[in-house]
Design a protein. Structure first.
Length: 399
């Protein structure tokens, strides 16, 4: 029988999606499942984007240029300019979601066996992207007790070897909601310049800031040739399914290299770009309303979680996720148990086990990531379900 590649065998499961069969089973048994496991907003997609797709009248749906439609890249440059980020269209490449942008970046700067340093916990799919690229993740662990602040720079520097190519951050963070300060970003800037590395920043949640100010690495002096930014329309405009993102860098050699990978996959999706370009005309009132909703949801969820005995959950400054430490022996076991074996008034919840957001074996076993993308009343109900579930769970460490 033909075999499977070592790369395929080592490809990690998604901690966000692997529990879907148990969720389906819970629903089939008549339970209402509150989906706290995935960042799929219930916010409506801007009307201008929907209308643009509905009004698409071309007789042939053609390939776009591999880097994306020129008009869209020009529109993106204007969009970033309004956000005090000055770019030329050729410094922007349209990709199939932020996921492809990360893959293009990794494959453009790394060879098999090279290393990428990432503060953990981090977006779980970074593990998958690096595995697919043959790149090793070197984690630097942050601490829930200080709100997942950037670990000391010395802890990054001691991990740098001849194989290190970049440091990746997500700002604001998925799964933590952590927003890095300008001082933290400048310390990373100084480190990557000292060792001639890239700094890759996943900035897809830039519009969702609740306390503090977002600082793009594209505006850090001296980092022009070392900065790579990942962007996406998925969460900004609540249109995850259009699969449109962007790879951004002022390093022309990098962008020329990434274009070769883009040419190999031909082009980003036409309808996605139509929606993305139209969405650039979304009024500011849309973002103001969305932000207000997320602040309310965050406060209801996080404040509620912290009233449960044994639960610790720092308040996020951005994005729409939080990491909660629960009084449990194993979050993977708990996440399956609560779907299979528990309900409160016919309700249960689906969470993402924390271990999948770490590269260090054994970490995150008592943590879960929760996305506050549901209505306030649903979040209140979900918190109560979690309260009751933790009280009933056989592996509760407070018992």
């Amino acid at each position: 029988m033909p075999g499977i590649s070592h790369k395929g065998i080592s490809m990690p499961e998604s901690p966000i999606r692997k529990l879907v069969p148990y969720s389906n089973g819970a629903k089939a048994s008549g339970k209402k499942v509150y989906h706290l496991n995935i960042g799929q907003p219930d916010i409506e997609t801007p009307e201008v984007a929907l209308r643009a797709v509905q009004n698409f009248h071309a007789q042939v749906i053609e390939y776009s240029p591999s880097a994306g439609f020129t008009s869209y890249r020009e529109g993106l440059a204007e969009f970033y300019k309004k956000n005090e980020i000055h770019l030329e269209p050729e410094e922007i490449m349209v990709t199939c979601g932020g996921s492809e942008a990360i893959s293009f970046a990794l494959n453009s700067i790394c060879d098999a066996g090279d290393e990428i340093i990432i503060p953990e916990p981090f977006y779980a799919n970074y593990n998958g992207f690096t595995t697919a690229a043959g790149v090793n993740v070197v984690p630097v662990t942050s601490d829930i007790d200080n709100g997942f602040a950037l670990p000391p720079i010395a802890s990054f520097e001691k991990q740098i070897t001849n194989h290190t190519k970049a440091i990746i951050i997500c700002n604001p963070g998925n799964p933590t909601g952590k927003l890095y300060t300008i001082e933290e970003l400048e310390a990373l800037r100084d480190l990557v310049l000292k060792h001639d590395l890239y700094l890759i920043a996943d900035e897809v949640y830039r519009e969702f800031i609740y306390e503090g100010t977002h600082h793009s690495i594209l505006n850090l002096d001296g980092l022009e040739q070392n900065a790579i930014v990942i962007d996406s329309v998925s969460k900004r405009y609540s249109m995850c399914g259009v699969r449109i993102g962007a790879l951004i860098s002022r390093n022309s050699d990098l962008m020329e290299t990434a274009l070769k990978f883009a040419q190999a996959r031909l082009s980003p999706p036409t309808f996605g770009q139509v929606a993305g370009e139209a969405a650039l005309n979304t009024p500011q009132s849309y973002f103001d309303e969305v932000k207000a909703k997320y602040v309310r949801r965050r406060d209801v969820l996080v404040d509620g979680l912290n009233t449960i005995p044994g639960v610790k959950c720092p308040k996020p400054q951005g994005a729409f996720y939080c990491v909660a430490e629960l009084p449990i022996d194993d979050a993977d076991v708990f996440a399956q148990w609560i779907l299979e074996s528990f309900d409160y008034n016919g309700q249960t919840v689906m969470v993402a086990p924390g271990s999948g957001f770490y590269a260090t074996e054994g970490l995150g076993k008592s943590e879960v990531r929760i996305a506050y993308v549901l209505q306030v009343e649903d979040l209140k109900n979900a918190v109560e379900v979690l309260r009751r579930a933790l009280d009933a769970y056989p592996g509760n460490t407070l018992k």
